[in-house]
Design a binder for this molecule. Structure first.
Ligand code: NAG
Ligand code: NAG
Length: 387
């Protein structure tokens, strides 16, 4: 016999003297090694919840989380972005604080292999996300079962199960909705106004976009918050969902804006995965509409899978790819009841564009509108089949 037996005797003795547990449970088995720890930061995204198709008494939630190193090096990123902005004639000036808030996630270092577990009071099970991804650095996402939930809230609070010695709380909202009734899909840029006066050429477009992304307080399109409040009543508490071509690194900014300015229309936000290698590349992504069409079509498809019986009103604008994305989604399944597109001044609002995009969508199923016409949209009986 070798030293091996001595060790096993020691282990046996230890186990016996403690009696319980009968077998030593390793930290890895308890999930502690790969749970986010005190040196990590977690962003939990607001989540839609929906009936489990296998057992409609149970609730599934589509959770997404991002785990990164707790202390990002803001200095390097700030310098990089400040010089890039100034090369375009944009002066950061007094807006340095805003800039640093907005680039926090862009500057962060995502961590793969972290397992996030989410608890929702009132639900039977905790949601266990798969480990954060290597390819989508630091991100994890999945539809997970919460078992049966006390279903009376329109918004529930979810929080990440804390790691050892960690007293911080990472929370998000869960928005449960039935597999029936109405939902409203909304583009991100549909909600905010970028200063129209500078939208005369592509170059200035880029300047306006970067200023509004990094430096300025967002401004709601006039009349739009009132329209969303009205829809929340006329469609009887629809599931509002925001699908933005922007990257998840700007999620906190958009989420805060919706919570404060569109408070009657809160809902989960779906954004694109962007692995940032450097700041110029991130800015290039922001100003290029990269992957937006495919992303929006895929996300709407995912929503329709969560709620196969729900009807949707899709609201977007003419700046990016909303007409094309919504028309594609309309043709794929028949649950999009109506499409509204805001004609943004300076964007491509030509008949040619809309005729091509909506070639196979019946005339009574979509409309475009300008800012003067926003209040009148509230009079349309979408629940009754009008559009
Ligand atoms: C983003 O990455 C996560 C983790 O890999 C994945 O679950 C999710 O589907 C991705 N989202 C998109 C839009 O690709
Ligand atoms: C919006 O459209 C209406 C009707 O087509 C028109 O009377 C109005 O002047 C337009 N408003 C703007 C701001 O373009």
């Amino acid at each position: 016999m070798r030293p091996f037996s001595f060790l096993s005797i020691l282990a046996l003795t230890a186990t016996h003297s403690l009696a319980i547990p009968t077998r030593y449970i390793t930290p890895a088995e308890r999930g502690l090694l790969d749970a986010p720890g005190v040196l990590d930061n977690v962003v939990l995204f607001d989540a839609p919840a929906f009936p489990d198709p296998q057992n409609p008494e149970n609730t599934l939630a589509f959770f997404q989380a991002y785990v990164s190193l707790r202390t990002p090096d803001l200095g390097v990123a700030t310098t990089a972005i400040t010089s890039l902005l100034s090369s375009l004639g944009i002066n950061v000036g007094n807006d340095l604080n805003t800039l640093q808030q907005r680039i926090k996630l862009l500057a962060s270092v995502g961590l793969p292999g972290k397992k996030v577990e989410v608890v929702v009071p009132g639900c039977e099970l905790s949601g266990k996300l798969p480990a954060t991804s290597v390819s989508d650095l630091g991100l994890a996402g999945a539809a997970v079962s919460l078992g049966s939930c006390v279903q009376n809230a329109i918004e529930m609070e979810a929080s990440v199960l804390p790691g050892a010695m960690d007293s911080r709380k990472f929370t998000a909202s869960v928005f449960p909705s039935k597999n029936s009734g109405f939902g409203v899909i909304s583009g991100g840029s549909t909600l905010t106004d970028v200063d129209d006066t500078v939208k005369v050429s592509n170059v200035l477009d880029k300047v306006a976009l970067l200023k509004s992304t990094f430096l300025e307080a967002p401004k709601a399109v006039s009349g739009m918050p009132e329209l969303y409040t009205s829809l929340s009543k006329s469609l009887q508490g629809p599931q509002f969902v925001y699908v933005t071509g922007s990257a998840y690194q700007f999620y906190p900014f958009l989420n805060e804006f919706i919570d404060s300015t569109y408070a009657s229309a809160k809902g989960p936000i779906f954004s694109q995965n962007l692995t940032v290698l450097n700041i110029p590349q991130a800015v290039e992504f922001l100003t290029s509409n990269q992957g937006t069409l495919d992303f929006k079509v895929a996300t709407i498809d995912r929503l329709q899978t969560m709620y196969p019986q729900k009807k949707w009103l899709a609201i977007g604008d003419s700046t990016q790819k909303d007409p094309e994305a919504y028309a594609t989604a309309f043709k794929k399944r028949d649950t999009i009841s109506c499409i509204w597109i805001r004609r943004v001044e300076g964007a491509d609002n030509s008949d040619a564009r809309f005729n091509t995009a909506f070639a196979d969508v019946p005339a009574g199923k979509f409309r475009t509108f300008n800012d003067t016409e926003i209040p009148k949209l509230a009079d349309i009986d979408v629940a009754g089949g009008q559009c």
